[in-house]
Design a protein around this ligand. Structure first.
Ligand SMILES: Nc1ncnc2c1ncn2[C@@H]1O[C@H](COP(=O)(O)OP(=O)(O)OP(=O)(O)O)[C@@H](O)[C@H]1O
Length: 248
């Protein structure tokens, strides 16, 4: 992987028709950093995350993931890079009527040949890896539980376990705590921080809750109307910066 940044955006703009979701954004994220993306609704946080995981390409500018310019990669190499970046979405995209083990195994699907992938739906593969990931997220006992019988917070943990079996270099989380209560939010953020501390994985999290951004991350990037208003260590975030960021 080398000592360079894990993510690099150089003069990146991203448009959707007439909408400028991001305008001239530059940013570099080093391995192991914990970065929060904050800003008002529509500021471009989700778009920035989708550039970091290669699911979106910029309209102009360069996106470099793990040293590779995503615009210059063959589809196969691009998929390989994308597998090194795991994303947890607010909608977990778990299949409710399957056992948790199958959903966690889905994290392998991009790597497994089709036959093995299909067979894995019938007969769980790599059960130990799935069990280990579930233990890491604190729900080891749910391996064979039906996914839709889990609570919201447990489903979120199962979705995180699915990302962990990918063994990504970085974990991106798009508003992971918006739909859970304060106690679960703290527990999930504790878990994400502990995972990044023990595994050295880079974390990039979009958050609506500034207090969590400040408490759990080392660095805060403030986005407003598609532009980076500030990008500072957490200790340097001030009241004035936040007022300017969220000003109506
Ligand atoms: N696929 C798309 N097609 C058209 N417009 C889009 C698309 N994705 C995002 N946008 C627009 O780009 C802008 C930035 O959206 P984005 O979802 O990145 O913001 P956000 O900061 O994540 O917002 P929120 O906090 O509400 O989730 C918005 O104006 C949005 O409507």
């Amino acid at each position: 992987m080398g000592a360079g940044p894990i993510f690099q955006l150089e003069g990146v703009s991203c448009r959707f028709g007439a909408v400028a979701a991001l305008t001239d954004c530059s940013l570099a994220i080093a391995p192991g950093e914990r970065v929060a993306l904050i800003g008002p609704s529509g500021a471009g946080k989700s778009t920035l995350l989708s550039l970091l995981n290669g699911s979106q390409t910029p309209t102009t500018g360069r996106v470099v993931i793990l040293g590779q310019d995503v615009n210059r990669l063959s589809p196969r190499k691009r998929r390989r890079i994308q597998r090194l970046v795991g994303t947890v979405y607010q909608q977990h995209h778990l299949v409710g009527n399957l056992a948790v083990v199958h959903n966690v195994n889905a994290g392998h699907l991009g790597r497994w040949p089709l036959l093995r992938a299909l067979w894995s739906l019938v007969w769980p593969q790599q059960v130990q890896t799935a069990a280990q990931a579930l233990a890491q997220v604190g729900i080891a006992d749910k391996l064979y539980a039906r996914t839709d019988r889990l609570s919201g917070g447990q489903q979120q943990r199962a979705a995180l376990a699915r990302v962990l079996v990918q063994d990504p270099a970085a974990i991106l989380a798009d508003e992971p705590i918006s739909s859970v209560d304060p106690e679960r939010s703290r527990a999930l953020m504790d878990l994400l921080r502990q995972l990044s501390e023990t595994t050295g994985k880079t974390l990039v999290i979009s958050l609506h809750e500034v207090e969590f951004a400040v408490k759990y991350c080392d660095r805060v990037v403030g986005l407003r109307q598609g532009q980076i208003l500030f990008d500072v260590p957490t200790t340097e975030v001030s009241e004035t910066m936040l007022t300017d960021l969220y000003r109506l």
